[in-house]
Ligand binder design. Structure first.
Ligand code: AHR
Length: 676
């Protein structure tokens, strides 16, 4: 054999041996470790990307109360249409007077465009409602048409209804309309009697089929997607929206409860934040308000985590003078205490009564409250103090969530953590929108960022506050969309959350929702247009973790590639061949759950030694893998292009314990369930 051939054979044998050598992982199934918090994986909701109005909130009429600064934003008007401001709802005083033109065929009409049009499903029922009166007394007729485009003939209308309005008193009128066919971009046309003046206010159209059939309800498909994740916690209402670009436009929960007709409009900061994504018609109707948020938490069986203003307008956008002074904080602190009463107080307390009148006399049993979003340095620390003192005194059982600011590392981040420790916050909300290298903790990333990736929390102080990874997502460098590769790296990172469940109490991917025509920020977890939706691959990653969080961490280790005698976690370290893994026990089902992420471009052989288990078994598996381009993603047209697929793998009986050997596909996330 020539030297050349010999060398080649040697190299091939070495490669085969390397491939055949599985990565051996020791899983101590007999020793239940730290409890995994039921809140571990959850949802972060912010009204960004038309997440509330035009998204989850099922209202189809935009600017239904004519309160936008430009009162007819979203409306076309013709004939004698007059804006008036002495309506029946003091916080939304505007309404519209429709007067006869003087000619039978010169119709006075208003037409609403919805949010990028109105999505209507043929054959489904829609509830139209309007507050109306006949100012001169007597009777009038109002006509509602659902139309696809301006030039339809009468019988081409998608649906219509007529309402008999009578009397000088404001009353609510409703009608059910059933569109003949499906239309993604319908309009609602409202026109009056050609002889009688009619006033109209709060013009509304909802699908009858909302989540749980509620009248002021949520889009069924979107709410179901949230429910299907089995979230442990739901953080709302943001994000920067909590703070406001200025204090006047901060999110004020008291404006979001009570009858929807009287919830005042607020600006939405995302309408103008990015000059390249300008949405001048993006406001907050507050139809989806704090009551509805709490109700959703109850539906999903998860803990509500409201976040409130600490008296600081967005620090990114403002100098020091934009904030509430220390002597001006009391109303903010009152808002915080009153919110706890609204959620948990008896039905005869001031704010508990508001909840009861909205149909929920029982308390919501809220346990957590966030104070401030992405705040930093002394202005935050000094303002937080009186909040903490007030909450601790009045509601000692409520857990307080502080923040370490917008950075995931660095001086301000560390200062934030120190301050949260000193103030004894129960949890610290950390945010990280970082590139692939951060999530994989490559040597360059460690140099640049320090503590990142799946080993991030191994070194955290166990005596201080717990971690709430409150906003995170892998933002591909130069590729800011929900492509497969970044979602896989999120899974790799999340094995580190799971292994550190003793310190990480909750984690929520962000942002949650985006309308395909109205986004300001991406990637996002769930996308939709007016009729359809799709779950990103990141959604499936979150769901795989959330639905399989187990009850206790199990130790999962492997021989240190640098020093074979030591056992270390499998967290993508050098020599780990891009493998990440974690394991939990579900004490309720008696299952051991192992999650393995292979971020390498090669399939990897793994061997799981299930210590404490004997005999053969069959493991159920769920695998997220993709043979196409790593840049691929799910879309409205192909919503299920990339989804996890179930399978099975045999578990063999070894002398010492049960052993699962498998080959994990390249660039994949596989989960195993083995009954103990
Ligand atoms: O999730 C989008 C934004 O990112 C949030 O509003 C803010 O908290 C963070 O900067």
């Amino acid at each position: 054999m020539s030297m050349k051939i010999f060398t080649c054979v040697l190299a091939m044998t070495a490669a085969l041996t390397a491939q055949a050598q599985p990565r051996v992982m020791e899983v101590k199934t007999q020793k239940a470790g730290a409890a995994v918090s039921p809140t571990m994986y959850g949802l972060f909701f912010e009204d960004i990307n038309y997440a509330a109005d035009g998204g989850l909130y099922a209202e189809l009429v935009k600017n239904r109360s004519f309160e936008f600064p430009n009162a007819f934003t979203g409306w076309d008007i013709s004939g004698r249409v007059e804006l008036r401001n002495d309506g029946p709802f003091d916080k939304n005083p505007h309404y519209v007077r429709l007067s006869p033109s003087g000619h039978r065929d010169k119709h006075t009409m208003i037409e609403n465009h919805g949010f990028f049009g109105m999505g209507l499903q043929g054959g489904e029922e829609y509830r139209f409602s309007v507050w109306a009166r006949v100012p001169d007394g007597g009777k009038a007729k109002l006509y509602v048409d659902l139309v696809e485009n301006a030039t339809m003939s009468d019988d081409q209308k998608l649906g219509n209804a007529g309402l008999d309005v009578s009397g000088k008193e404001w009353k609510k009128y409703t009608a059910i309309v059933k569109p003949k066919k499906t239309c993604e971009k319908a309009h609602l046309r409202l026109w009056g009697d050609s002889k009688v003046t009619t006033d109209v206010e709060h013009v509304s159209l909802f699908p009858v089929k909302t989540w749980k059939g509620r009248e002021n309800g949520m889009r069924e498909d979107l709410a179901r997607a949230l429910n299907d994740m089995k979230p442990g916690v739901f953080r709302f209402p943001g994000g920067c929206i909590v703070e406001g670009t200025d204090l006047a436009t901060r999110y004020q929960w008291k404006n979001t409860v009570g009858p929807v007709e009287n919830r005042p409009l607020n600006e939405n900061r995302w309408h103008y934040t990015f000059t390249h994504r300008y949405f001048p018609d993006y406001y907050q109707s507050y139809g989806l308000g704090f009551f509805e948020f709490f109700q959703l938490c109850e539906d999903f069986g998860c803990e509500p985590l409201p976040v409130l203003s600490v008296g600081l307008a967005c620090q990114f956008q403002n100098g020091l003078d934009a904030h509430a002074g220390m002597d001006e904080l009391q109303p903010y602190i009152d808002d915080c205490l009153d919110l706890i009463e609204f959620a948990n107080g008896p039905a005869d307390s001031k704010w508990g009564r508001v909840r009861a009148e909205m149909g929920h006399p029982e308390p919501f049993n809220m346990k957590y409250i966030g104070i401030g979003n992405e705040q930093w340095d002394t202005p935050y620390f000094e303002r937080l103090k009186p909040f903490v003192a007030a909450v601790r005194t009045k509601y000692p059982k409520i857990k307080i969530v502080g923040t370490s600011g917008p950075d995931s590392e660095g001086k301000m981040f560390e200062k934030g953590w120190e301050a949260m420790k000193t103030q004894k916050a129960d949890l610290v909300d950390e945010h990280f929108y970082r590139p692939e290298t951060w999530f994989l903790a490559t040597p360059e990333a460690k140099k640049k960022y320090g503590n990142c990736g799946a080993l991030r929390y191994d070194s955290y102080d166990r005596k201080g506050p717990k971690v709430f990874a409150g906003e995170y997502a892998c933002h591909g460098a130069g590729k800011k969309w929900n492509h497969y590769e970044t979602s896989l790296y999120e899974a790799a990172f999340m094995t580190g959350l799971e292994r550190n469940a003793d310190i990480v109490e909750m984690a929520t991917y962000a942002p949650l929702f985006a309308h395909v025509e109205g986004w300001q920020w991406r990637p996002d977890m769930i996308w939709y247009d007016n009729l359809r939706m799709f779950k990103s691959v990141s959604y499936y990653v979150q769901q795989m973790f959330a639905m399989n969080k187990g009850t206790n961490v199990l130790s999962l280790t492997t021989a240190d590639p640098q020093n074979g005698k030591k056992q270390v976690p499998v967290a993508g370290q050098e020599g780990m061949d891009g493998l990440y893994a974690s394991s939990v026990l579900d004490a309720e089902t008696g299952e051991v759950i192992v999650k393995v992420v292979n971020t390498s471009k090669q399939p990897k052989a793994v061997q799981l030694n299930l210590q404490g288990m004997k005999g053969e078994r069959t493991a159920q598996t769920l695998t997220l893998s993709w043979d196409g381009s790593m840049d691929d993603e799910n879309t409205l047209d192909q919503p299920e292009k990339i989804t996890p697929k179930p399978g099975i793998t045999p578990v063999t009986a070894d002398k010492k314990c049960s052993v699962l050997t498998d080959e994990v596909p390249a660039m994949s996330f596989r989960m195993y369930w083995v009954k103990k």
